[in-house]
Design a protein around this ligand. Structure first.
Ligand SMILES: Nc1ncnc2c1ncn2[C@@H]1O[C@H](COP(=O)(O)OP(=O)(O)OP(=O)(O)O)[C@@H](O)[C@H]1O
Ligand SMILES: [Mg+2]
Length: 219
């Protein structure tokens, strides 16, 4: 379960603080999928980064799996990033010097949760078995995003955070990757918080919310 209460976040600028999130309230029960929509600049990525523990909130509360993120020290926050979440970005963000196999295992190894059987199953389900020895630059965009999806799920995180994961893919490939993502999410029981600009993609998730004027509105 993810609970966000009265979350405030602003960025410092030369003109003074720029308020981006101004009282976000949001709950995501375990296993649920939620689409986060909103105009460009509305703060969607900011919200995802805060939940991921990549940045600190100004005030309010984020509770994820019993952890109050605002009370964690740097080491505890690093633990949360390593073991609590899986992250997928629009740019696939694979490690170019590692093979597909090593990219897949990378986060799970960091988390101390490398499970070879689960890794093999993920590679099969994502259609990556024939390309485990290749490097990211030898893959298409859709293949790279499938690796990124496998990497995020390999450590069996309870929460998957995805920031426009199909934003760089053509319509057909985007649909394929989304199908795989939703199947694996349902099968593993993880929660999914996904940013998307596409109403059609958002409609495939269980719930849709819009970030507007610093707050979340149910859609
Ligand atoms: N590190 C930063 N320093 C200053 N301002 C920032 C920083 N990061 C983001 N912003 C500003 O905060 C606002 C929200 O940015 P954010 O990236 O969260 O928007 P977004 O909803 O993800 O937009 P998009 O749909 O274009 O990805 C924007 O006005 C942006 O310019
Ligand atoms: Mg963004």
């Amino acid at each position: 379960m993810l609970t966000i209460h009265q979350l405030h976040k602003s960025y410092p600028t030369p003109q003074g603080p720029l308020p981006v999130l101004a009282g976000v309230d949001l709950q995501l029960p375990q296993g649920q999928s939620l689409a986060l929509m909103g105009e460009s600049g509305s703060g969607k990525s900011t919200l995802l980064h805060l939940v991921a523990g990549l940045d600190r909130i100004d005030s309010g509360h984020i509770e994820a799996h019993g952890l109050a993120l605002e009370h964690l020290n740097e080491r505890q926050l690093a633990d949360w990033r390593r073991t609590g979440i899986g992250l997928i970005f629009q740019q696939f963000n694979l490690i170019t010097s590692l093979t597909v196999a090593d990219n897949l295992a990378f986060q799970a190894r960091l988390a101390g949760r490398h499970d070879p059987a689960w890794n093999t199953e993920l590679a099969e389900r994502l259609g990556l078995t024939a390309m485990l020895d290749r490097y990211p630059e030898q893959l298409s965009g859709g293949q790279q995003q499938r690796v990124a999806l496998g990497r995020a799920l390999a450590s069996r995180p309870a929460l998957l955070l995805a920031d426009e994961p199909t934003g760089n893919l053509d319509e057909h490939t985007s649909a394929q990757v989304l199908d795989l993502l939703l199947q694996l999410q349902a099968d593993t029981g993880c929660s999914l918080l996904m940013v998307t600009h596409s109403p059609a993609i958002a409609a495939r998730l269980q719930r849709q919310v819009v970030l507007h004027a610093g707050r979340v509105q149910e859609h």
